[in-house]
Ligand binder design. Structure first.
Ligand SMILES: CC(C)(COP(=O)(O)OP(=O)(O)OC[C@H]1O[C@@H](n2cnc3c(N)ncnc32)[C@H](O)[C@@H]1OP(=O)(O)O)[C@@H](O)C(=O)NCCC(=O)NCCS
Length: 232
């Protein structure tokens, strides 16, 4: 039977609200345990441990293996990935803001995800000038004032998700990809080395009114789902 192509967005909190923290430390590998011990601020240390632990638990559920034994390596620009030495493999990417964590997993496409809190900042018009195409900037500048903050971040997360999908990070330049203002699940422009912009897909993920989140994929045909992880 043919395997179904999927892209799944896992989301949830990094530190539990009730302060009863599951002990994720045993799930980490030696490198991660050492890294955790370098954090002097306890809350940041716990956030790092939980993020890596949750990531390993989620990946293990797809790979049918021990969470601690999943080999996670880093690409040239820092993108974590699973090398193709396992019998099963998946693509994944991680983003966090405040106490929110999102993890996207796919069996059929490189993936990137970004989540941001929608907060007004004086720097937004300057960032639009620097990182948005002329078409995107014209669209944004003519929006009613009350829509500008939310729409800024909706464009921003799509751009960040793209540079994370290809693994280059913001060093690529967020102005290197632009989104169709009238058809916001498509790019109008991406660097030539990544093929036709029409082959890429943007998925806006609703995660409450305070955060915006987008996933970018290269493959167009898959079943997209959202899931919230449960603590045991
Ligand atoms: C990746 C990047 C866009 C993240 O931006 P951000 O909004 O601050 O952070 P997010 O929470 O969305 O994402 C962080 C996660 O992205 C992942 N990540 C890191 N580098 C990445 C890359 N190049 N591509 C895709 N994902 C990457 C990691 O899982 C990271 O999680 P961690 O900090 O828990 O390890 C930004 O840090 C970046 O551009 N990094 C690349 C830096 C670089 O070019 N380094 C070159 C030498 S290593």
């Amino acid at each position: 039977m043919e395997k179904e192509n999927f892209v799944t967005l896992w989301h949830g909190e990094i530190l539990p609200k009730n302060n009863v923290s599951q002990d994720f430390l045993p799930l980490l590998n030696e490198y991660e345990k050492n890294k955790a011990s370098t954090y002097t601020r306890l809350d940041l240390r716990q956030k790092y441990i939980n993020t890596r632990g949750i990531l390993r638990l989620i990946l293990a559920s797809y790979l049918d293996c021990n969470p601690q034994q999943i080999p996670i390596e880093k690409g040239e620009y820092g993108k974590p990935y699973i090398p193709e030495q396992l019998e099963k493999s998946v693509h994944f990417n991680v983003s966090h803001t405040g106490n929110k964590l999102v993890i996207v997993v796919s069996n059929c496409s490189e993936v990137g995800v970004d989540i941001e809190q929608c907060k007004n900042r004086k720097s937004l018009p300057g960032l639009v000038e620097k990182c948005f195409s002329d078409k995107e900037a014209n669209y944004w500048n003519t929006l009613p004032e009350e829509q500008k903050v939310n729409m800024f971040f909706r464009f921003w997360v799509r751009k960040e998700a793209f540079v994370k999908t290809v693994g280059r990070g913001i060093g690529l330049g967020l102005n290197q990809c632009s989104i169709h203002p009238e058809k916001q699940d498509r790019f109008t422009n991406i660097p030539q080395c990544y093929g036709f912009s029409s082959n890429w897909r943007i998925i806006d993920v609703p995660l409450g009114s305070l955060n915006v989140c987008a996933v970018v994929t290269k493959n167009m045909k898959f079943n997209f789902t959202q899931a919230k992880w449960r603590r045991s």
